[in-house]
Ligand binder design. Sequence first.
Ligand code: PLP
Length: 488
Amino acid sequence: MSSGIKIQSAMEASAAAESPSAAASAAESRRVAGAAERSLAARKAAAVRAAAAQGLVTDVSPVVGFVDLAGIAASQAELKRAFEVTSAPVLHTFAAKASSLVPVLRLFAEAGMGCEAASPGELAQALAAGFSPEHIVLDSPTKTRSELRDALRLGVAVNADNFAELERIHALLAELGLSEAIRSRAALGLRINPQVGAGSIEAMSTASARSKFGVPLRDEGGRQAVLAAFDRYPWLSRLHVHVGSQGCPLELIAAGVRQVYELAEQINASAATRRVISIDIGGGLPVNFADDRVSPTFAEYVETLRRTVPGLFDGRYALVTEFGRALSAKNGFTLARVEYAKQVADRRVALTHAGAQVATRTVFMPESWPLRVSPHAPDGEPKHGPACEQDIAGPCCFAGDLVAAGRELARLDEGDLVVLHDTGGYFFTATWTYNSLPRPAVYGFEVAADGSVRFSLLRRRQTLEELVAEAGGDPASVYALTSEHPLA
Ligand SMILES: *Cc1c(COP(=O)(O)O)cnc(C)c1O
C-alpha cells in the first residue's frame, strides 16, 4: 500500500521553488493557506461524492473515516517551511496519538519527518511505519523499566518526565554499557512544565501550575533541581516542553517555550561545557473547527515564537517539534449514513452511525469539542433546503449519544449522509468500544486533476469475527453480514 501513496504535492514543489524571504513568508503563508483551504474544501466535496458513488458507505460499513493525503502533504510542507528561519537542524516529529494509522505514519516517514510516540504501542507503530529510531522521540509519562531499556537499546530519543525516571535511565545506561556512546546515539532529555497557565480546556492544558506532566519549574527549588540533574547526569542533552493544546492561545504556548529556552541558557552558562544541545518544543498548535480556514498557521506560530523567544532561532539550538492535531485534524472527515430520522415531541432527530464510538470527546464534552456537521443527499451532493433544528444522534445505547444538538441544518432524512468535519486527528484512532461497535474503516483519498477520486484502504473495518475473538469468543461462530465493499 505504501508504494501507492506518495507525499509529494504540487504545493511542496512550489514551496521549494519560492524565496525563503522571512518578511514575505507570513503573508505568503496566509495566501497559500487560503488556496489550500479552498482546495481542501473542494477535495473534501469531491471525496464525499465519490465515496457515495463508489459505494463505500454500506450496511456493513455505515460510518467511514477519510484522510486527505494531499492535505497531509501540504500541512507537513507548511510546517517545514515555517521553521526554515533557523540554520540549526530541526526534526519535525508527528505526534502519533493524533493519527496512529501505520500508512498515515508512513507518509510522514517518507517525507523525512520523525515520530513522537507516547506508549509502547505507538513506538511499535512508528517502527512499523519505517521511522528510523533516531527520528523517534519517546514521551510517555509512565515509562516502565522495560520500556526504557528497549528505547535505549533501540536508540530512540527519550524525554524523561521526572527525576525518578532520570535515575532509572542512569541505572539502565550503566547496565547496558551505553553511557559513553549514548550522546551520539540518541538525545536524552527532561520534560519541563513551565507552569505558564491553562488554556480554555482544563483537561487539554499541559502547562498549568498543577499539571501532571514534567518537572514543575516554578515550584520551590524546581529550577535548582534541574540544574543539579544536569550536574549529576552527563548524558542529559535536551530540554523538552509541550504546552497545549486545543484552547491554548499562541502567546501562552510561546511563553512556555521561552521559559524552557531561558532555562537552557542558564544551564549552559553555569556548566563548563554546553550541556543543552537541543530543545524539543513539543506541539500543541490549536485547530480551527469552525470552518475550513487553517488558523492559526504554522507560520503565525513561528512569528509568535520569534517575537517571544528570538534566541531560539539563532542557530545555537537544534530543535524538535511534535505537532499532531495541526498536521492531521483538517485533513480528515467522517462520513456516516442517516439510518432513520424521526420526530420526538418537539425534537427532530437524525439517527446516524456516528456517535460516541467515533467522536467520544465531542459527545461527552460538546462545549469543548464541537464538530461541524453538514448534510448530504444519498448521492453525496450537499443537501440544501430550509434549515430546521435537528439533533444528530449516534448508534450507542445511551440518550446522550449526540454529535450535535439543536443544529440548524437542511432537514435530514433516511438514507442521507452526514459529514463530520475535521476529524483527521484524535478521532479515527481514539475510538471507543462501547456497545461492541466496530472500529470503522479509514480510507485515504487523492483527487486527480480531472476531479476523479482514488481511494486506498488505510485501515480495515473491524470485523464481527474480531469483535467476538477480542471478547474471548470463537470467531468461527459468527454469522455473515451482507453487502461488503470489495475494497474493505
Ligand atoms: C499530545 C502531545 C503532542 C501533540 O499535541 P498536539 O496538540 O496534537 O499538537 C506533542 N507532544 C506531547 C508530549 C504530547 O503529549
